[in-house]
Ligand binder design. Structure first.
Ligand SMILES: Nc1nc2c(ncn2[C@@H]2O[C@H](COP(=O)(O)OP(=O)(O)OP(=O)(O)O)[C@@H](O)[C@H]2O)c(=O)[nH]1
Length: 598
């Protein structure tokens, strides 16, 4: 296909600014599906995505459009909106030549808008500002256009004004995609050079790679090579991604996107970001640097029923077929038995994986508090990566510990600025930048230890700003910290799954808060239970759970039988989520409570 008639574009936006709704509208405008077929949010295919209204996996569609009598192919490359998936976002952008920058006409520029713009500019993309939701009574498109200019520094005078809900401005938008997004450049006769920007598993076809071809073409029966690992495979089949079906083709040419079938049994080696080339006549340089997606957050996942360990392994193996960023290895905990230490891209990724394991594989799991990765430098000169706080070497072997930092971007209305700055300082944040976008809104940039933001930072930020502040982050570097391991002992035994690494200066306060909340969470047992927090051998806090009879209905005297039954049912349901630590039953919440202490 003639390169001049191809347009490859992504849509980038802050969460909820209307990306999926707009994608549906564009698909409809191109007539690739009829109104009847246009199931709302067609591009969000996974159940969890549809339920939560988030986009997890990037999906793409190839659309046909006729403008001024000329036939164009528009490749719409959907990108995941959440920070956890920024690696996938950046690879989708690397496959595009331009991007629609969607901004909500009522909300204006938000933290993720900025973060996505940085990624788009890194990839030299032409940005087309699109102000969406102009149908809303609270819409202020002119103010938003000014915000785009002042915060991002791009000309927004030609910003497109649309409503993905009513369809206003959509035709003009698609015309602008043809007119303003540059056609791809590439050499159709050079050796094959294509980037994998998504991969997934199909039960019939095996592992599939979604690619953008830069130079040359990918042909059926061609022997291709993956440049990161030199694996060679035959191309069994090729398809274009159509919104409703996959259209077979014999070759995918320069400038095009398509789906490659290599007959692999899992996505393990089809890594996002890798370059595909011809095995015999390879291209000299890959498309950009390839880095494997790196897990930033680790947690232990343990089946509540210890017999289900193999089931958990099978379930993780199955999830990994579709998610090459998921990593795990078996681990044993004195407290929890056999389980896995699982690496995630971030907190949302962790939640999604845990939910899928429980929902699709019917497993009841205990998740330990998430931990970041620490680089521990030992006195013998060696270094150790610690993913699990309980594995921190003894203090006298440690020379220093380094922890990961992120660049956190927050945009907030000025009235919440004071409280937000206090929160960032409490989270050990260092201010890098403070810019007023206009009189009402401020952009903050802070360096913050990642450990401080992995659990409840976002919830706190939302609550102190009544939901108005937005937040995004990007991992930056490792820095030395004065950190210690805080242990919890229940009835005298250290519960390894509850250990956590904290700044020394906060250890005592956190220890006290921790045992207090554990006391509330641990149901009374038939005997008295001591709950202690310690650093090394030193106990720094203690609480006691008083003993009580087991029958919870004892306290509802009187004869209300339904209430009694309800309580007994609740007690039974509660049991499913309990884990016996020695003689003591601990509920799931106890394992999450450790990081939520201030
Ligand atoms: N009034 C109005 N609502 C809109 C418009 N476009 C989208 N919405 C609504 O805004 C909400 C978010 O839209 P989505 O399309 O799910 O947003 P998104 O950016 O894809 O969200 P993520 O996939 O989670 O990043 C939905 O409730 C939409 O119905 C619009 O033009 N006008």
């Amino acid at each position: 296909m003639d390169l001049k008639h191809i347009r490859n574009f992504s849509i980038i936006a802050h969460i909820d600014h209307g990306k999926s709704t707009l994608a549906d509208r564009i698909i409809q405008e191109c007539g690739s599906v009829t109104e009847r077929e246009l199931k709302s949010q067609m591009m969000d295919t996974m159940d969890i995505e549809q339920e939560r209204g988030i986009t997890i996996k990037a999906q793409s569609v190839r659309l046909d459009y006729v403008k001024d009598g000329e036939h164009y192919v528009l490749n719409l490359i959907d990108t995941p909106g959440h920070v956890d998936f920024s690696y996938e976002v950046s690879k989708s952008l690397a496959s595009s030549d331009g991007a629609l920058l969607i901004v909500d006409a009522a909300q204006g520029v938000e933290a993720q808008t900025i973060a996505n713009v940085y990624l788009a500019l890194d990839n030299n993309l032409e940005l087309l500002p699109v102000i969406n939701k102009i149908d809303l009574p609270a819409a202020e498109p002119e103010r938003v256009a000014e915000e785009i200019e002042s915060s991002i520094g791009i000309d927004a005078t030609d910003a497109l004004m649309v409503s993905a809900k009513t369809g206003v401005g959509i035709r003009e938008l698609v015309d602008a995609i043809v007119d303003r997004i540059p056609a791809p450049v590439g050499d159709p006769v050079a050796p094959t050079k294509a980037i994998i920007y998504d991969s997934w598993f199909d039960p019939y076809l095996g592992a599939l790679a979604l690619v953008r071809v830069f130079d040359g073409s990918i042909r059926k029966k061609q022997i291709v090579k993956l440049m990161s690992n030199n694996e060679q495979h035959e191309v069994l089949d090729l398809m274009y991604p159509h919104p409703l079906k996959k259209m077979k083709t014999d070759s995918i040419g320069s400038g095009e996107i398509g789906i490659v079938v290599l007959g692999l049994k899992d996505v393990g080696t089809l890594n996002v970001g890798d370059t595909i080339t011809d095995a015999k006549n390879p291209t000299a340089e890959p498309v950009g640097d390839y880095e494997p997606a790196k897990p930033f957050v680790f947690a232990g996942l343990y089946p509540i029923d210890t017999d289900k360990f193999e089931d958990l392994r099978d379930a993780l193996d199955k999830l990994r077929l579709n998610d090459s960023s998921l990593s795990y290895e078996p681990e044993t905990s004195i407290a929890l038995g056999f389980g896995f230490r699982v690496g995630f891209l971030g907190m949302l990724h962790m939640e999604v994986v845990k939910e899928r394991l429980e929902r699709e594989f019917d497993l009841d799991l205990i998740a330990t508090a998430p931990s970041v990765v620490y680089d521990v430098y030992l006195t013998d000169g060696s270094t150790q990566e610690v993913h699990n706080p309980s594995e921190l070497p003894p203090v006298n072997h440690i020379e220093r510990i380094e922890e990961p930092y992120v660049k956190a971007t927050v945009i907030t209305p000025t009235e919440y600025l004071g409280n937000i700055m206090n929160l960032l300082v409490a989270k050990r944040g260092l201010q890098e930048k403070m810019d007023y976008l206009n009189e009402e809104r401020v952009l903050l940039e802070y360096s913050v230890p990642m450990n401080e933001i992995v659990v409840d930072f976002y919830d706190k930020l939302k609550s102190i700003s009544k939901g108005y502040a937005s937040f995004d982050y990007e991992p930056t570097d490792f820095r030395e910290g004065d950190l210690v391991k805080l242990d919890v002992r229940v009835a005298g035994d250290v519960v390894d799954a509850l250990s956590v690494i904290v700044p020394r200066e906060q250890a005592e306060q956190r220890g006290r808060a921790l045992v207090k909340s554990m006391k509330e969470l641990i149901p009374r047992q038939l005997f008295e239970v001591a709950v202690q927090a310690s650093v090394g051998n030193k106990v720094i806090a203690r609480e006691t759970v008083k003993s009580m009879g087991k029958n919870v209905t004892a306290k509802c005297y009187g004869g209300d039988i339904t209430r009694k039954r309800k309580l007994l049912e609740k007690q039974k349901a509660g049991k499913k989520r309990m884990k016996a630590i020695g003689k003591v039953q601990l509920p799931q919440e106890a394992f999450m409570s450790v990081l939520k202490m201030d």
